[in-house]
Design a binder for this molecule. Sequence first.
Ligand code: ADP
Ligand code: MG
Length: 254
Amino acid sequence: MNDKLLLENYLKMLRLPTFLREYAQVARQCGEKGEHHEDFLLQLAEREAAAREQNAIDRRLKEAGFPSNKELSTFDFTAVPKLNKKRILDLGRCEFIAKRENLVLLGPPGTGKSHLAVALGREACRRGKSVKFFTAAGLATRYTEARAEREVQKLEAHIRKRDLIVIDELGYVPLGQGSAESLFNFFSQCYERTSLAITTNLPFSEWPQIFGDERLTGALIDRLTHRVHIVEIPGESYRLKDSLKSQEGGEAAK
Ligand code: ADP
Ligand code: MG
């Protein structure tokens, strides 16, 4: 076997795909610039490490199952002047996840709660956190399915492994008794282990309506809010404002 083939075999065996793909080009460049062998090796190692990091981020983003790719960078903070931008950007540093703290985004429909929850979740993926997105109804369904398959323990083991779980749209539909029980179990699984980011249109005082049991809801809120950041998003629907604005623009253009 010639040297080139031998080298490429070793690089495959050692699982260094970026070395394999780029060594010839980097070698040529280093040769032209008269750089040392150490520089050549350093450059290749840097590229391999960067590619691995990017792959890991892509894998975490995929596993999280976000319904959109909304980002903090595309959130228009000027549209919600009462929202503390610095506070949101601080949450984007994800220290609350390391501290196992929770986040509740509370506000009327259309105010950007899901946008922010997804954006913060994506940020967490980039920072090495394992994240999973559910709607409240979707999570309840997952429990129902898992129960039918006798796989609740497996589902809960998955849940416990995550650093952050996003629960979107809690409160939009009241949960039936089975679903409410599932979510109680879910909240106990996460307590002091997994951070939660919850979006809801209902203040805590109205949560008993969602779960249908005053006492259990009280216990749940107690745990959730043991360590919590509550972000209230005031105001009207962004979608509505946005479409009114474009209509005004249309009028003005006439
Ligand atoms: P909610 O979850 O509070 O009902 P969404 O996050 O789904 O609201 O927002 C509705 C739509 O408006 C989404 O497409 C979202 O990206 C957009 N949106 C809401 N608020 C903003 C904002 N401040 N800047 C940019 N887009 C926004
Ligand atoms: Mg939403």
